[in-house]
Design a protein around this ligand. Structure first.
Ligand SMILES: Cc1cc2nc3c(=O)[nH]c(=O)nc-3n(C[C@H](O)[C@H](O)[C@H](O)COP(=O)(O)OP(=O)(O)OC[C@H]3O[C@@H](n4cnc5c(N)ncnc54)[C@H](O)[C@@H]3O)c2cc1C
Length: 296
């Protein structure tokens, strides 16, 4: 059986490990912390437990799609509840609760700006199209060959994705009240970019927010990590915690060994870096095998 070492047990590492196990590989995950989860791990102290990272669960279809590929459902691992109100938004003065029910949300929009309810319909119709093309037709492709992307439907779709206008402009064309504009611009913060620098394609995030909803996994976000971890174990993935990878050894241009805690080594036919790209590239790989210069 061919061996793969996965570095890190965040969502990326857990997911890569499970897919490799499903494909018949002998998988070992090396994680420097004593629990899985990475940025989404938990802190337990004096009888209290805190989620250390995420608090927003959006796009439940993406998680369902993940578990489905292993013949499972989200509900086999954790229980989701749709939040209502979805969240509360504070302005300099006052706040709004965002209702989960779409008709109630439209009423809220109308009470702030006359005519904005209908504009919201039009805005979200377009956003739904972008979500469908962006997530269902692009993100879920395996990405093994460019031919996957050669479909007429997709080509037409990509053309209508609005990648040349900013989301800020796109929103201001629909809504004039500054509070509504801010409300619609906020989901872009999840991309780590400013609305003026983000293509209007990302109104797909508004669709995810308003139509697909904000959810809460019972027992907290860490329930998602526990679910993905359990699935990986069921698939036979081995986990080694407190295992800080300090370097990757290259032999004949192939990664063949991973060194842990500066001593123990693990042989590998393939190494998958599930830690931050910059860390793997600039601290774990020997200099000759890095793709980018330090200056880059
Ligand atoms: C405060 C905060 C709030 C967030 N809020 C949200 C939210 O509301 N909704 C949302 O969807 N996302 C949110 N995110 C983003 C989300 O948490 C991350 O995108 C996601 O957890 C990243 O997963 P990852 O597997 O790519 O990386 P990581 O979780 O960073 O996983 C990398 C793993 O590799 C391990 N590792 C690193 N180097 C080594 C090494 N040398 N040897 C061994 N192991 C190593 C790390 O310990 C870690 O476990 C938030 C993030 C933070 C920090």
């Amino acid at each position: 059986m061919k061996k793969v070492i996965v570095i890190g047990s965040g969502f990326a590492g857990l997911s890569a490990a499970s897919f490799m196990a499903k494909a018949g590989w002998d998988v070992t995950v090396l994680e420097k912390h004593d629990i899985p989860g990475g940025r989404a791990r938990k802190l337990s102290e004096q009888g209290f437990t805190f989620d250390m990272g995420p608090s927003w669960y959006w796009m439940p279809d993406v998680f369902e799609h993940y578990f489905k590929q292993f013949g499972k459902k989200v509900s086999d691992y954790y229980e989701l509840t749709r939040l209502d109100p979805s969240y509360r938004v504070y302005f300099n003065e006052g706040h709004f609760d965002i209702p989960a029910n779409y008709e109630d949300l439209k009423k809220l929009f109308e009470s702030i700006e006359k005519g904005s309810g209908e504009k919201l319909d039009a805005f979200l119709k377009e956003a739904e199209f972008k979500y469908d093309v962006g997530i269902n037709k692009l993100v879920h492709k395996p990405g093994l060959s460019v031919t996957e992307f050669l479909s007429w439907d997709l080509a037409k779709g990509v053309f209508k994705l609005d990648v040349f206008t900013s989301i800020k402009k796109h929103i201001s064309k629909h809504f004039k009240d500054p509070r509504l504009q801010q409300l619609m611009e906020f989901p872009v913060l999840f991309l780590g970019a400013l609305p003026q620098d983000t293509p209007a394609l990302y109104s797909l995030m508004n669709y995810a927010d308003i139509k697909l909803g904000t959810w809460y996994p019972q027992k907290g976000m860490y329930a998602v990590v526990e679910g993905m971890y359990k699935l990986a174990e069921e698939l036979g993935v081995k986990f080694r915690f407190n295992s800080n990878v300090t370097s990757i050894s290259i032999n004949n241009k192939k990664a063949t060994k991973v060194i842990v805690n500066g001593g123990t080594d693990y042989d590998a036919d393939v190494v998958i870096g599930g830690a931050d790209y910059h860390h793997v590239e600039s601290q774990l790989l020997p200099e000759d095998y890095r793709t980018y210069t330090e200056q880059y």
